[in-house]
Ligand binder design. Structure first.
Ligand code: ADP
Ligand code: MG
Length: 370
């Protein structure tokens, strides 16, 4: 690439993205020549998705923790707008399950098929997935294998590296919705599938309720899940697992990337703060019927409008998650916010939202003739 070309103000194809909105000539001139220390990232790498695709809402990833500081002139306004936080807002964490004072109503809890809570975490000193070097990625994987070996007995299990994994095992893990797959265009263009599948893998506990994805969109996605609606049990297990991993890396002089404004660092700025998504899978046939009767294309859209209109802080996804389409009337309902609220506050909001959803689901049910 010719030098002149490289430093020309880039064409942002995603017209409605936050990158398009906040990348001014002035910001560009200030940041275009920067290269970060930890993983050698440039701004052009960070905004690759906004340049290449026309459908991004945000359009930026951080290639390492330095990007958030070195390229703050672009990241900061995007973070503030996306999360609706002020420039000086502080983020507080609270991972004490005892502080959750609400619970799912019995009917709602019985209706929940499964509960899953995940957080993104990244270790300081290594690049984030979009920029991490091959060597750093392998170091993270090695460190994690050691961390998995020392987990308490109730979380103990097996690490399956993708490299050399039997296709049969891989399909089984994918089928159970435990394992991530390659091919997400955002992750590919964002640089997160370089050297695939080396350095990636999944840890699964013996009871299949605790999992860790290694080197997918974040270095670590720590996941707790189980059938049914016992949100507190799922959260408690997650907190224990995170603590065990954090304590172990601490003995090696390592820590998670975090600061008091952004909370835990994640490669995608939308996940900053808690890095947490707490979700339940719920069948809502009556919401779907109502959406259909009112001519709304999907029940998910109908639910989302309801949540947004009532400022409930809930996000509706289809049963196959973010990248999958909507199938049937099963929805993945989770906390919409990540930054500016603690984990306890977000789970509280989620539980209250599910109770309300289920109450209305019952009200919408066709009444038996008396
Ligand atoms: P993430 O925010 O973790 O990246 P995705 O939307 O990509 O979430 O979903 C990851 C996977 O987890 C999907 O296969 C989805 O079906 C599954 N999943 C999400 N929530 C639940 C849940 N409550 N119970 C079971 N599986 C779930
Ligand atoms: Mg995902």
């Amino acid at each position: 690439m010719a030098t002149e070309e490289k430093f020309e103000f880039p064409q942002v194809r995603s017209e409605h993205s936050l990158v398009k909105k906040h990348l001014t000539q002035e910001v560009w001139d200030k940041l275009k020549d920067g290269r970060t220390k930890t993983a050698g990232c440039t701004l052009v790498q960070c905004i690759a998705c906004a340049l290449q695709f026309d459908n991004q809402h945000v359009g930026i990833y951080a290639g390492d923790e330095d990007c958030y500081n070195d390229f703050a002139a672009l990241f900061d306004p995007i973070i503030q707008e996306y999360h609706s936080v002020g420039a000086d807002a502080k983020h507080a964490t609270n991972m004490n399950p005892g502080d959750i004072k609400v619970s799912l109503n019995e009917d709602a809890a019985n209706a929940v098929k499964s509960t899953r809570i995940r957080v993104g975490r990244n270790i300081a000193g290594y690049g984030l997935s979009p920029g991490i070097t091959k060597e750093q990625r392998l170091e993270v994987e090695n460190l994690m294998q050691e961390a998995f070996n020392q987990l308490p007995e109730d979380l103990a299990g097996t690490y399956y590296p993708l490299l050399g994994m039997k296709e049969e095992d891989r399909l089984k893990l994918v089928d159970k919705r435990y394992l991530f797959v390659s091919g997400d265009p955002n992750l590919q263009v964002g640089g997160m599938e370089r050297d695939w599948p080396e350095g990636r893998g999944i840890f699964v506990s013996n009871d299949e309720k605790f999992m860790v994805w290694v080197n997918e969109e974040d270095q670590l996605r720590i996941i707790s899940m189980q059938k049914g609606g016992d949100v507190i049990e799922v959260f408690t297990r997650l907190c224990n697992g995170i603590k065990s991993i954090e304590d172990y890396i601490g003995t090696k002089g390592k820590k998670f990337q975090a600061d008091e404004k952004k909370g835990y660092y994640t490669s995608c700025p939308t996940n900053l703060g808690t890095g947490m998504r707490a979700s339940v899978m719920l069948d809502c046939p009556n919401w779907k019927a109502e959406a259909t009767a009112k001519g709304v294309a999907t029940g998910k859209k109908y639910l989302q409008t309801y949540y947004d209109d009532n400022k409930m802080g809930i996000q509706a996804r289809g049963s196959r998650g973010e990248s999958g389409g909507e199938t049937g009337c099963t929805y993945d309902l989770s906390n919409k916010y990540r930054l500016g609220y603690s984990e306890v506050e977000l789970i509280t909001m989620m539980i209250e939202g599910i109770n309300k959803t289920w109450e209305l689901e019952g009200e919408k049910a066709p009444k038996a003739d008396s």
